[in-house]
Ligand binder design. Structure first.
Ligand code: 5GP
Ligand code: ZN
Length: 159
């Protein structure tokens, strides 16, 4: 269900990224096709920070259709190629957040493309420390997720 806001149901008319797709809010467009719109982030983590969104509103990875998801990620290949051409040698982080618990702020699915130029500053958000985990806990959680995947797969097969 979509989020209620000011005592009424959230409508896509309230969605800032739907407004960008419609052209009601200006954006610096870098790419568009039938399913996808891509534009520059106005609070860039690094030079070149861009966002790719599906034209059809979906809040997150649970909601987005496979067609939209595939279109967004196919477009990301075109855009990283263009970033390399336009900016010279770059590394690019492709990051996507699902839910307020991981700081998703705009509730319309978006893939961040965050380049780091060869002479650019290191990206803090990708420089996490590697600390070995508890293998028993990793095994247990892995088994629980794998079982849920199996279950999902069986249900799809039965349909
Ligand atoms: P997230 O939801 O993954 O935390 O990030 C939302 C991103 O959308 C942020 O990086 C923010 O800068 C960007 N953003 C929010 N509002 C606008 C806007 O009106 N225009 C553009 N171009 N970017 C926006
Ligand atoms: Zn939207």
């Amino acid at each position: 269900m979509l989020l209620p806001r000011h005592g009424r149901r959230f409508s896509m008319d309230d969605c800032i990224f739907c407004k960008i797709v419609k052209g009601d809010i200006p954006s610096i467009k870098i790419y568009e096709d039938e399913h996808v719109f891509a534009f520059m982030d106005i609070n860039p983590v690094s030079e070149g920070h861009a966002l790719i969104i599906p034209k059809l509103h979906a809040e997150n990875l649970w909601e987005i259709s496979e067609a939209s998801l595939s279109a967004v990620h196919t477009a990301s290949k075109t855009i990283v190629r263009a970033m390399k051409k336009a900016m010279g040698p770059v590394s690019v982080a492709a990051i996507q957040l699902n839910g307020k618990g991981v700081n998703q702020i705009v509730m319309h699915y978006h893939l961040h493309l965050i380049p780091r130029a060869s002479d650019g500053e290191a990206l803090k958000l990708t420089a996490w420390e590697m600390i070995p985990g508890d293998m028993d806990a990793i095994n247990r959680t892995g088994a629980a997720i794998a079982a849920a995947v199996e279950n999902d797969y069986d249900q799809k097969e039965r349909k």
